[in-house]
Design a protein around this ligand. Structure first.
Ligand code: AMP
Length: 276
């Protein structure tokens, strides 16, 4: 496994890789969710490239950029054991040289949900992923369903800007008690960590209601809200029942839907979702 920092090093190393090339973009502090993407890439591609970059432009001024967890040595060991060929660990200066001023904005699908609570977040994500696609020129790129809106934003950007990349969305990997894996879970105190299981319990309750024939959007949302309300430390930002392709909020009877939520548990913001 080769680790590179500069764009020149990356391009040289990339040129030597056998195709098809799979790309897994990450912000590091890797867990089994990230590794599942790398393993999917490993299965579908001859070479796997992973990027590790805590992208400042996708963090708001009040967010956790400075304290975002980092452990590059551990990340590299984990990637090595997955059989990854190439890891790109750029610095801020490599990605955003002085006087940087070009941004990618995906309009409608960036607006609701996370876009509303995290202004500028998806502009930062889309710009970074566009730069990664140009730098790495992958045949396939792998993203997690955990960040459902991000996956939609990237798919839209890729189609609209004609990137010759297949976007592959991989299932959410969860802890044995249901909590979706996230680098931010380390922020949780032991008590908050126990309370945080209510996110997946709420979503699974909605799935059970759906399986039992409940189709009313508001009722599915209420099932989730009622479950979340059993943990007072969990403060709800939103619970949404939306069209899984457009993210338009649904009312009345639904056939297929993305139920997504964002909460804070103490000072930690967590998101999760499920497709019904
Ligand atoms: P991040 O490092 O949080 O930016 O995540 C990098 C990639 O890993 C994104 O495509 C995420 O959607 C994906 N990812 C994060 N957590 C999980 C998870 N629990 N299961 C599957 N994919 C995940």
């Amino acid at each position: 496994m080769q680790t590179v920092v500069t764009l020149d090093e990356l391009r040289l190393a990339r040129a030597r890789l056998v195709g098809p090339v799979g790309l897994v973009p990450t912000m590091g502090f890797l867990h089994q969710g990230h590794l599942s993407l790398a393993r999917h890439a490993r299965q579908e591609c001859a070479s796997v490239v992973v990027s590790i970059f805590v992208n400042p432009s996708q963090f708001g001024p009040q967010e956790d950029l400075d304290k975002y967890p980092r452990d590059i040595q551990r990340d590299l060991e984990m990637l090595e054991s997955c059989g990854v060929e190439l890891v790109w660990v750029p610095t801020n200066e490599v990605v955003y040289p002085p006087c940087y001023q070009t941004w990618v904005t995906v309009e409608e699908v960036s607006k609701p949900l996370e876009g509303e609570r995290r202004p500028g977040h998806f502009r930062g994500v889309a710009t970074m992923v566009a730069k990664l696609f140009n730098a790495v020129q992958p045949h396939k790129a792998f993203f997690g369903q955990k960040d459902a809106q991000q996956a939609l934003v990237i798919r839209k950007m890729s189609r609209d800007l004609d990137f010759p990349v297949e976007i592959v969305i991989c299932p959410t990997i969860r802890e044995p008690d249901g909590l979706a894996m996230s680098s931010r879970n380390v922020y949780l105190s032991p008590e908050e960590r126990r309370s945080a299981t209510v996110l997946s319990r709420g979503l699974f309750q909605a799935r059970e209601a759906f399986s039992s024939g409940e189709r009313e959007a508001q009722k599915l949302v209420k099932v989730v809200l009622d479950t979340l309300a059993t943990e007072p430390v969990v403060k709800v930002q939103y619970v949404s029942c939306a069209d899984p392709d457009t993210l338009q909020e649904l009312e009345g009877e639904v056939e297929r839907t993305l139920i997504s939520l964002a909460v804070t548990v103490g000072k930690t913001r967590l998101i999760d979702n499920i497709i019904l």
